[in-house]
Design a protein around this ligand. Structure first.
Ligand code: SF4
Ligand code: ZN
Ligand code: ZN
Length: 454
């Protein structure tokens, strides 16, 4: 369930009991561990550890503390290590002005040389930064138009700094420092980072999380970091595990693509992934891309779409969830019969159903399906996207006539369900106020803005 993306298991502290440390990590559902080297010698140790244990991976590079004698020729040595198939990144590298163990100019040179090596090898980097945020950002930004992918490990900057890095497409990783009593500001930063850009790590043997502070840190404790994030983001620890492990897969190539989920849990609701097919093609939709949401793989081909019985089995007792929601990267009314069959089960067993749709169900099914919603669907959420017909059609890649079709669908559905909600994604160019007015005054239904979840 978890990936500890940063643990220096080659440290002498682990010499006597590494097997016990690894067993404890396994017991706490740590699937993989990434060990970043800090110099040329430890890179060799990292490689031998990763060759000995399947679930260990490594990064090779020279840490700012060890870059006082940096020579450009060292990159050739690092390049050789990086060719090993268990080595997944160049790291850890960066700038540390707090300890000042190496002259600043040397640190910068080592950092740049290794970034360029990573770019050439198409490998990600693991970045260490301490009291050097402006210089780090300046250097990282100068590679903006390259394929550079960076993980900012043990992040301790502020929201503004995090935003700058996120805007450049990079990832942020947190360690035990987020559990410390005085870390309220940092916890605010954690809250700000979207789940699809977060990773977790221990930085063992350092930065041991509460309540083990003072002891040696080890990979099993990554669960405590995940627990803290789950409290901050108000989600389950499984959700944190799923999302951060998927990020580690995407970023480092560690682990595997998650299997297709027919149902998925988020915020106390159960989502039903009915289909990946859709009659629209909204420009922001990930349907044809990766179609992974918070670590759940929602991409399925037509011939993989299961029957109602599979969903019903996964639902079990629908009262366990706030709502049973038909929603995936696709239009659920394309499989209207399956939606009805599942809904019948949910309603007979005391659950609440919500249909998230583009409102084109009548055209798709070549009949008026709204009367069939009666008693089966409690709430219908329809994506309005824009109150301007031309813009609506452009966003969704469909004929402009579908705007009126959606409007009619709203008016009809209103008669057969408890609530109709029109939603709009918060993207800059949309006139939200116009959409709100149109929804509330013209159509007389509920309006809701929703964040783009990409
Ligand atoms: S209607 Fe929904 S599923 Fe279809 S393309 Fe648009 S966002 Fe994607
Ligand atoms: Zn570090
Ligand atoms: Zn480290």
């Amino acid at each position: 369930m978890f990936v500890d993306t940063h643990a220096h298991l080659f440290y002498p502290n682990f010499k006597d009991d590494l097997d016990d440390v690894l067993n404890r990590a396994k017991e706490e559902s740590v699937d993989y561990i990434l060990i970043p080297a800090t110099d040329i010698n430890t890179a060799k140790e990292v490689i031998s550890l990763t060759e000995k244990y399947d679930f260990l991976y490594g990064a090779v590079g020279v840490h700012p503390h060890d870059s006082k004698d940096w020579e450009k020729s060292w990159t050739e040595e690092i390049r050789k290590f990086a060719a090993n198939k268990k080595i997944k990144a160049i790291g850890e590298i960066g700038l540390d002005y707090y300890y000042d163990f190496s002259p600043v100019e040397k640190q910068k040179q080592a950092f740049r040389d290794q970034i360029e090596l990573a770019i050439g090898l198409n490998m990600p980097i693991v970045v260490h930064t301490r009291e050097s945020d402006d210089d780090i950002y300046g250097i990282i930004k100068s590679y903006k138009s390259s394929n550079l992918k960076a993980q900012f490990h043990c992040f301790s900057g502020n929201k503004e700094q995090a935003k700058q890095l996120l805007d450049l497409g990079h990832y942020i990783s947190f360690t035990g420092n987020i559990t410390f009593k005085k870390a309220d500001e940092l916890r605010e930063v954690v809250k700000y980072i979207p789940l699809n850009r977060l990773m977790i790590e221990t930085d063992s043997p350092f930065l041991t999380p509460v309540p083990n502070r003072g002891k040696r840190n080890e990979s099993a404790y990554v669960k405590l970091i995940a627990e803290e994030i789950s409290k901050i983001h108000n989600i389950s620890i499984e959700e944190v595990g799923k999302a951060t492990s998927y990020n580690a897969y995407k970023f480092f190539g560690i682990g595997e693509m998650p299997k297709v989920s027919f149902t998925y849990q988020l915020n106390g609701n159960l989502y039903i992934n009915i289909t990946n097919r859709c009659n629209s093609s909204c420009y922001f939709c990930e349907r044809e891309g990766e179609a992974v949401l918070k670590g759940y793989n929602l991409s399925m081909k037509k011939n993989e779409e299961p029957g109602a019985e599979v969903y019903i089995k996964e639902i079990g007792d629908p009262k366990k969830y706030k709502e049973i929601i038909y929603c995936g990267y696709g239009e659920p009314t394309i499989r209207w019969d399956v939606v009805k069959e599942i809904s019948k089960y949910v309603k007979e067993n005391g659950g609440t159903t919500r249909l998230n749709t583009d409102g084109h169900g009548n055209v798709i099914n070549k009949k008026d399906i709204t009367p069939e919603m009666k008693g089966l669907i409690d709430i219908v959420s329809i994506s309005l996207n824009s109150a301007d017909p031309e813009q609506y059609a452009k966003i969704m890649g469909i004929d402009v006539a579908m705007f009126d079709e959606t409007k009619n669908f709203v008016m009809k559905a209103k008669q057969f369900v408890k609530e109709v909600v029109l939603t709009i994604v918060q993207v800059d160019e949309i006139d939200i106020e116009k959409a709100r007015k149109f929804t509330e005054e013209k159509l007389g239904v509920t309006f809701r803005e929703r964040p783009y979840f990409g």
